[in-house]
Design a protein around this ligand. Structure first.
Ligand code: SF4
Length: 520
């Protein structure tokens, strides 16, 4: 029997480190036939520390050190009733497959969550890790890799949704012997923890994606740009890179082929703007992380002026499996324009806070009510914020909107990287808009005037309105400023900075007007 104990950052915070030690101690004391395996994030962060008992796929929630003896004794035997998940009616549910939080998901990118030790490359390989790389190196030429990616329809999961195959095709076609592959792990949206969890639970999936991208475009060096606030992710990545080198999956002559590729981790200091691709590249170059105008695009002139492919963590974690199973397989999931699955970080006023993955096209209501378990305290959902500070709020009456790039944009938000913040009926939407503008204004790099000064003026106005000092012309001024900032800002941060205000005005204008009319 095996006990898989979640050792992601979320469960670390609720006590999984001493729990794992206690489980191991108990396993040794009770005869040593029970294996305790430390995994990455299992997804059900609200109920941590979580433990999965195999065989049986039995979920134990909120397990404490004092429960270790009973948990180990129950491995391969009768489950411990008090540790089981309870449904909303209070009934104990043993099998994960019967819990809607798990049953309604499709773990495609998160295929190894809760079932491998991320610090053991053998576990990744036993679950088909690096098979896509072997196929990419020996069975299909670089053009074949790009064609499979095109067929898959995979779009960049960092937010922009640009087709991955097309991005690789541009970089492959750019002349030059020196090219780079970069991984953007600078996840900075409030409420987003998808990339961190993927890196913590399955770092080899990301490495495999990077190596395949390198084969496709002819790059021999890569960098993972990871924010330094993610120490566990960096620790596991570092281990994974070392293990991959030892097994000949990185470095000279990969798997005995004539292809070489190696990579390094670059730690960012937490500036939100460094998630923007040109700022990220400048930061790796050792310069101040500020965006530059495009064109030239990174696929032609990126890091140190060389052709560069930059993909985010989730995008890259999909690649190995797409190549192994074929692009057509992936394209069979999701919708026509938004294929595959999407990972979301579910947070805010929702019962089942955690990491979830669903098919593209799944209605938001399934995400919030069925997987998320609805709003706590029997309150109603007022809106869902998607896409972080670059996104917008979707009101409750539009929760049948499917999660696909176009449908979400039509509803006034953006898919973004996958942060989903649920808000209950007590949430003040003016204050919500002010919160995001406060974040953006603080993170603006200050290079261009519309973003630097415009967001400051918007924040002042929103603060005034929140404090009951709003003036009748304020909403018009907010909209006029939004038009200029969107049109005249240099990078995506400024160009999307007004989205939370505009979507709140679109769906909740009456709340802004009530604040202004109801001065106290
Ligand atoms: Fe900097 Fe904002 Fe201009 Fe982007 S839009 S370059 S973040 S000032």
């Amino acid at each position: 029997p095996r006990i898989f104990c979640c050792s992601g950052t979320g469960c670390h915070a609720t006590g999984s480190i001493p729990l794992i030690a206690a489980l191991r101690e108990e396993a040794a004391r009770q005869g040593g036939c029970v294996q305790v395996i430390e995994t990455g994030c299992n997804g059900f962060c609200a109920l941590g520390p979580v433990v999965i008992m195999q065989p049986g796929g039995i979920l134990y929630c909120k397990v404490r050190v004092e429960d270790a003896a009973d948990a180990v004794a129950s491995a391969g035997a009768e489950p411990v009733e008090r540790l089981l998940y309870r449904d909303p009616a209070g009934k104990a549910v043993a099998s994960m497959d019967e819990i809607p939080f798990f049953a309604l998901q499709r773990p495609w990118t998160l295929r190894n969550k809760g079932r491998i030790d991320p610090e053991n490359i053998g576990h990744a390989i036993a679950h088909d890790g690096y098979q896509g790389l072997a196929k990419a190196l020996f069975d299909i030429a670089p053009e074949g890799i790009i064609e499979e990616m095109r067929l898959s329809g995979l779009r960049g999961r960092g937010g922009a949704g640009f087709p991955t195959g097309l991005k690789w095709k541009f970089a492959a076609a750019s002349p030059g012997d020196v090219k780079y592959v970069l991984c953007n792990a600078d996840e900075g949206d409030p409420g987003a923890f998808m990339d961190r969890s993927i890196l913590e639970s399955d770092p080899h999936a990301v490495l495999e994606g990077m190596i395949i991208a390198a084969v496709a475009i002819g790059a021999h060096q890569g960098y993972i740009y990871c924010r330094s606030e993610y120490p566990l992710a960096i620790q596991r990545l570092t281990l994974a890179i070392g293990q991959a080198r030892e097994l000949g999956l990185l470095g000279e002559s990969i798997l005995g082929s004539d292809f070489s590729f190696d990579l390094e981790i670059y730690q960012g200091a937490g500036a939100f703007v460094c998630g923007e691709e040109t700022a990220l590249m400048r930061s790796i170059e050792g310069r101040r992380g500020m965006p530059r105008p495009r064109p030239p695009f990174p696929a032609q002139q990126g890091l140190w002026g060389r052709p560069t492919v930059l993909n985010n963590v989730e995008t890259l974690a999909n690649v190995g499996r797409i190549i192994r199973l074929g692009g057509g397989h992936y394209a069979g999931i999701g919708t026509e324009g938004s294929t595959g699955t999407k990972v979301f970080a579910l947070s805010g006023d929702v019962n089942n806070i955690g990491l979830v993955e669903v098919d593209m096209g799944t209605p938001l209501s399934v995400l919030v009510n069925d997987i998320g378990g609805g709003v706590p305290g029997k309150r109603a959902c007022k809106a869902v914020q998607l896409g972080g500070p670059s996104g917008g709020s979707i009101p409750a009456h539009l929760l049948d909107t499917p999660v696909d790039y176009e449908a979400i944009a039509k509803a006034g938000a953006i898919m973004g990287s996958g942060g989903v913040i649920v808000m209950n009926d007590r949430t003040c939407m003016v204050d919500m808009a002010r919160f995001f503008m406060d974040f953006i204004q603080d993170e603006s790099c200050g290079k261009c005037t519309p973003c630097r000064e415009g967001t400051r003026r918007q924040l002042e106005i929103l603060t005034r309105i929140c404090e009951g000092r709003g003036a009748p012309g304020d909403l018009r001024t907010l909209e006029d400023l939004a038009a200029v900032i969107t049109d005249a800002s240099l990078c995506g941060l400024g160009q999307t900075a007004s989205n939370p205000i505009l979507s709140a005005l679109r769906h909740f204008r009456d709340e802004f007007e009530a604040h202004i009319m109801d001065k106290r």
